[in-house]
Structure formats: structure tokens, C-alpha cells
Design a protein around this ligand. Sequence first.
Ligand code: NAP
Length: 255
Amino acid sequence: MSLEGRGVVVTGGGRGIGRAVARRLAENGAAVVVSARTTDEIESVAEELRADGLTAHAVRCDVADEASVAAMAEEAIELLGSVDILVNNAGIARSDPVKRLQLEDWNQIMAVNATGTFLCTRAFLPGMLERGWGRVINVASVAGLRGGRYIAAYVASKHAQIGFTKALAAEVASAGITANAICPGYVDTPMTDFSVSNIVEKTGVTPEEARAHIVSLSPQQRLIRPEEIAHVALMLAGDDGESINGDTIVLGSSR
Ligand code: NAP
């Protein structure tokens, strides 16, 4: 599949899933802006891609901050000419029982996972509408489709992200733009490493036991590889993904 001539922004592109998505889309011909808050991570991903002859730039952004998103969008459009494919992948997670969940933590998770998706989409949508072509690919989670213990803020933010995806898809359906959500179970990334550490800290089990517990939650008894999400993102990004709109694509779960 060729994404030649397409400009892409991947938020949360400094590690984990975003890094794999940025690579896959760049390998298929797109020019990519890799964005996140940690400058050395995004610069190192962009450098790795450029070292392989691919087109990539690093642009810092906090997706929860309206001004930061506006500045990133301006720079990305300047670097790429146009942003045709937006991958809203930046996300954070933490776990607390509802009775101990702090408002500050709730607000932060909603701000990054849900509001960040809205702010980035709003920044690039006018250009997509003008050109009559666009792809909004939101990396949500199976937690956007069902509940789970001790992750109420994350679950609520991912349901909001999916709700936004469906509403956007309805709004842009006749404009050559699609919006979809990829919903993985546990993926082998630093975010899952953090969940392992958290289980260790809160329950006293060993890291191996904590990881085995997470793996046991998967019907396939394994963690998903970031490249598997990248594979779906590529499918959605191309011209042949045109009729997939407003959908949630679940990975690693039997629903
Ligand atoms: P990760 O390894 O922790 O990477 C998260 C990325 O998001 C990093 O680049 C991080 O960089 C960036 N980020 C966090 N807060 C940000 C902010 N305010 N503004 C801009 N960038 C921000 O996580 P991951 O596992 O790759 O997760 C990527 C996405 O997949 C998330 O939306 C997550 O909810 C979702 N997901 C993950 C799993 C899983 O098991 N890992 C499962 C389902 C869905 P900085 O901290 O430098 O900003």
C-alpha cells in the first residue's frame, strides 16, 4: 500500500505503539511527524526513521494543552505541506479504586486521552475537509468498550474517545474522511511495564507473577505486539480503507 505524498502526525510517537505506527506508515511512503512531550524520545524515533531513508520529523506537543496542540499543528503543516492522516495515540493510564480516585488524576486522564484526541482532530480537520480526504485513527482500547476494576478514569476516557470517534465519523462521512478507533487489549509497551510495576508495588507479587497475571487476561495468553496495531493503522490509512468508518477494531480480545 502506498502512502506516498501523504503527511502523517502520530501523537505519542516517542515509544510503544506510536513509535511502531510511525515506522509502519513511513515505511509505506508517508512523511511523518512524531509528536509527544519528551523531546529526546521523539527525536530519537525521527532519527531512527531518517537513518533508514524515511521521512520523519519530531515536533514536541502536550495534547492536553490547547496552545501546544495549535503550535504543533502549525509546525507539522509547515514541515509536511499537509496533514492527511492523524493518529491520536497519546495516552496515559493509572489505576485506583473509585473511592480513592483523585479529581486531579481523573481530570488528567480525561484531558490527555479524550480532550487530546478532540484538540488534535480539530486542529487538522479543516485541511482534510478542504482537500476532501483524511484519516483520523484513534488508538483507544478494549477499555473503551467495557468496564474493568480499578481503572474507572481510563475506562471513562476511552469510552469518550470512542464516542467522539463515532460522532466525528458521522459528521465527515460524506467528505472523504474516515474516523475509526483501534481497541487493543494489553500491548507489550512501556505502559504495560508500568502496569506490571504498579501491581508489584500494590500487591507485593514478583514482576514475573504480575506480568503472568496480565498475560492471563488475554484470550490468546500473550501480549499484543505494537506492530500489530501498526498493521491495522496502515490498513485504515490507505485509499482502500475508505469504507471503514466509525468502526472499532478490537485486537487481542474475544469481545
Ligand atoms: P506508552 O508506551 O506509555 O507511550 C505513550 C505515548 O504517549 C508516549 O510517547 C508519551 O510520551 C505520549 N504521551 C503521554 N501523555 C502525553 C501528552 N499529554 N501529550 C502528548 N503525548 C503524550 O503507551 P502505549 O502502550 O504505547 O500506549 C499508546 C496508546 O495505546 C495509549 O492511548 C494507550 O491508552 C493505548 N493502549 C495501550 C495498551 C497497552 O496495553 N499498552 C492497550 C490498549 C490501548 P510523553 O510521556 O513523552 O508525552
